[in-house]
Design a protein around this ligand. Structure first.
Ligand code: SF4
Length: 402
C-alpha cells in the first residue's frame, strides 16, 4: 500500500478543530513519507513537488505544525493547506525522566489507547525505542507488553510521531545538532505485523528531509516473522535484530510462542537471506537472560553453536552479534533476573567460542522504561489483560480490577 493510499487519521482527543474541511477529511501530513507527500502536493493540491520538500523540513527538522508558521510558503498555499491538510502529532499524556538520563513518554493514540516511547542517551549516541502497535498479540512469556493484550496497529503518523515528539523535546537538528542518533523499533508490538506503516515510517527516519539517519542506525527488532523478514529485505535496508532468547526449539517455543510456527532453523535461514542482501553488516540476536531458565552453560553452548553456524554460512566471523539482556522484572512475572556471575559466565562462554557478545546495561528501570518493561494503555481485544490480572490477583499481586 502506498503511503498516499492510507486513510487520513481522525482527531486526537482534546485537539483544537481547524477551520475549513472537517478534521476527518483532512490529510494528516505526518502520515506520509516523501513519496506520498509529493503525490499529495501534485495530485491533490496541484502544487509543485518541491513544496512538499519545504513542508517536510518544517515538520521534521523544525517541528512546526501550524501552516501559518511555515513562512517560506505563500499565503495562498498556506490557505490551501489549511483547508485540506493538518499536522496532527501524538499528544503527550505523561512523561518521566529517569535518574540515568533515560526519558519515557506515554503518548495518547486515541480515546482509549496510549503507547510508550523511550529515549536512552549514552556516550556519543541517543537511541529512541519506538512502538509499532498498541499492545502486542505475540504473547512472549517474559514481556510486560504481552500482558496488556493487543488493540491495533499504529498508523505511520503515530509511529513517526513518536520520533517527532522526542526530537522536539531534545531540540534535535538533523545534520547539525543531532541528539537523536539511532532508532530501534523495539517498543510495544511486533513491527513486522504492521509492515507497511513501519516501513513507511522508517523511510521518513532515514530521509534527509526527515530525520536523516543512516540505514544502519535504524534497527527493526522481530520475534521471528519469517516471511516478513524476507519482505523487509526486499523493500528496506535497515539493520535487523532478532529476539532469540533460546537456541533450542523446545525452550524457545515455551518463551516465544511464535517459534512453533517458525522454528529456529527457518528463522536462521531467513536471517541468512537477509544478511546476504546487506553484505558487511551484522545481525543482532537478543537474548534475555532469565534465572534458571535459559542462562545455564548448556544454553550458552547451544547459542554459541548456532551463532558459529551462522557465521560460517555467511563466511564472516562477525556476521552475528549477541546482545545479552538481563531480565527486567515486572509485577506478576514468574521470571527472575539471572545473577551477575551467571551473566558474566554466559558471556565468557560465548566470547571464548568467538561470538561477539555484549551485555546490555539496564537503563531507565526506575521509571519502568527498561527493555521488556514497556506497558502503555491498551484497550485489550484479546482478553489477555483480564487473564493476567486474574492470575496476579490469585497470587496476591494486585487488584484484579485495577
Ligand atoms: S517481546 Fe516483542 S514481540 Fe514478544 S510480546 Fe513483547 S512486544 Fe510482542
Amino acid at each position: 500500500m502506498s503511503s498516499s493510499d492510507r486513510q487520513p487519521q481522525t482527531s486526537a482527543p482534546g485537539e483544537r478543530p481547524v477551520a475549513g474541511a472537517p478534521a476527518a477529511a483532512r490529510q494528516n501530513l505526518l502520515d506520509l513519507d516523501r513519496e506520498g507527500l509529493e503525490r499529495f502536493f501534485v495530485e491533490t493540491l496541484g502544487e509543485k513537488r518541491f513544496r512538499a520538500h519545504q513542508v517536510m523540513k518544517w515538520i521534521h527538522h523544525r517541528h512546526v505544525t501550524s501552516f501559518d508558521d511555515m513562512t517560506d510558503l505563500g499565503k495562498a498555499l498556506r490557505a490551501k493547506l489549511e483547508a485540506h491538510a493538518e499536522v496532527r502529532v501524538p499528544q503527550v499524556q505523561f512523561e518521566k525522566p529517569s535518574a540515568d538520563g533515560t526519558h519515557k513518554w506515554l503518548l495518547a493514540m486515541d480515546g482509549s489507547n496510549a503507547i510508550e516511547t523511550v529515549f536512552i542517551p549514552d556516550k556519543g549516541r541517543g537511541t529512541l525505542c519506538v512502538s509499532s502497535q498498541v499492545g502486542c498479540a505475540l504473547n512472549c512469556q517474559f514481556c510486560s507488553t504481552a500482558t496488556q493484550g493487543f488493540n491495533r496497529n499504529l498508523s505511520v503518523a503515530e509511529i513517526i510521531g513518536q520520533v517527532w515528539v522526542a526530537a522536539r523535546h531534545l531540540g534535535n537538528v538533523p545534520h547539525r545538532e543531532r541528539k537523536l542518533t539511532n532508532v530501534v523499533m523495539m517498543g510495544m508490538g511486533e513491527p513486522l505485523m504492521n509492515f507497511d506503516n513501519v516501513v513507511a515510517a522508517m523511510s521518513v527516519m532515514r530521509d534527509d528531509l526527515g530525520y536523516g539517519l543512516a540505514n544502519k542506525r535504524v534497527t527493526l527488532s522481530t520475534a521471528g516473522m519469517v516471511p516478513m523478514i524476507d519482505r523487509l529485505g526486499e523493500e528496506s535496508d535497515v539493520s535487523l535484530a532478532v529476539s532469540l532468547h533460546a537456541a533450542d526449539d523446545e525452550l524457545r517455543s515455551s518463551l516465544v510462542p511464535l517459534n512453533r510456527k517458525y522454528p529456529v532453523v527457518e528463522l536462521m535461514a531467513a536471517c541468512e537471506r537477509y544478511a546476504r542482501r546487506r553484505r558487511g553488516t551484522s545481525i543482532t540476536f537478543e537474548y534475555t537472560l532469565m534465572k534458571g531458565v535459559n542462562d545455564q552453560p548448556v544454553h550458552a553452548r547451544q547459542l554459541a553453536r548456532l551463532m558459529r553456524a551462522f557465521g560460517n554460512a555467511m563466511q564472516a566471523k562477525d556476521a552475528a552479534k549477541v546482545n545479552l539482556i538481563p531480565f527486567n522484572p515486572f509485577p506478576g512475572t514468574r521470571f527472575e533476573r539471572s545473577p551477575e556471575t551467571d551473566i558474566r559466565a554466559f558471556q565468557k562462554l560465548l566470547l571464548d567460542a568467538g561470538v561477539l557478545t555484549m551485555v546490555r546495561r539496564t537503563r531507565g528501570d526506575d521509571i519502568d522504561a527498561a527493555c521488556g518493561q514497556l506497558k502503555g494503555q491498551v484497550a485489550d481485544r484479546t482478553r489477555r489483560q483480564a487473564e493476567f490480572r486474574k492470575r496476579l490477583a490469585e497470587q496476591g499481586g494486585v487488584d484484579a480490577a485495577a
